[in-house]
Design a protein around this ligand. Sequence first.
Ligand code: CP
Ligand code: NVA
Length: 299
Amino acid sequence: MKKNFLRILDWGKNEIEEMLSLAKRIKKNPSKYRNALKDRTVALLFEKPSLRTRVSFEVGTYQMAGRCLYISPYEVQLGKREAVKDVARTLSGYVDAVVLRTFKQTVLEEFAEYSGCPVINGLSDKYHPAQILSDLFTMYEYKGRVEDLNVCFVGDGNNVCNSLICAASVFGFSLKIASPKGYFPSLGEIGVKKAKNISFVQKPKHAVRGADVIYTDVWVSMGQEKFKGKKNKFKGFQVDSGLVNLAKKDCIIMHCLPAHRGEEITEEVIESKNSVVFEQAQNRLYAQRALLVKLLGKK
Ligand code: CP
Ligand code: NVA
């Protein structure tokens, strides 16, 4: 049966671990996988802008002898020019996998239901699982383990935060989330049960104290531009050096990027020696190559 990657929770811990270990092998010995996607075509159907997701999937496919097709929002106009289920059935008749970046998780789920080939979530309003898959890989790389890490997320309880919560629920690491009132993620909405390892605090310093990983993301996500007035609710939620000093000395600073320096993170922190944001961005390539191999590689 075809498999999709729409949410971290769609995959079991063992499957994710296998994928991370494959990502490690690919990073160490990329040439061994140079034909893994031979004769496979991956379509990237994106309704929002992208640098990392688009380029890492595209280059990753090429590096394994596959072909890639980028389809911009204007061309297809999902649900406007044509019904989502019609696009899904048509496109999946031509290609072997679709990476879809869309506004609504419900659109992604409808697309996956009708698609004859695997569908990968390239970011929706609710989740960004490809990002977090690769972030788990980065955490392993820097910390050698994931399960007993103290991870904190400071900022908007958004799609990236939701996927981090899913990862905490699968791997059991401690995740403390600090958001302004009204901007906390909702466990119910993402289908994660209340658990001891996932907690919500109102003061960033309570999340960051003793952390191994500090993660942040923009205060206004793509598609929320009309709510940019919400930024003034985030005063005091900036990751600055005062906050970082409360974490472990060897903590790593993560950000999915793009970053807004001077808002959710200071220039000083993003450029500091603890920041791994560009290694994190580069690892998208290896984690997603592993994902593609698992979903549509030659058996
Ligand atoms: N982090 C991330 O997904 O970046 P892009 O929006 O540039 O793809
Ligand atoms: N939360 C951000 C992530 C961008 C990669 C957004 O959705 O715009």
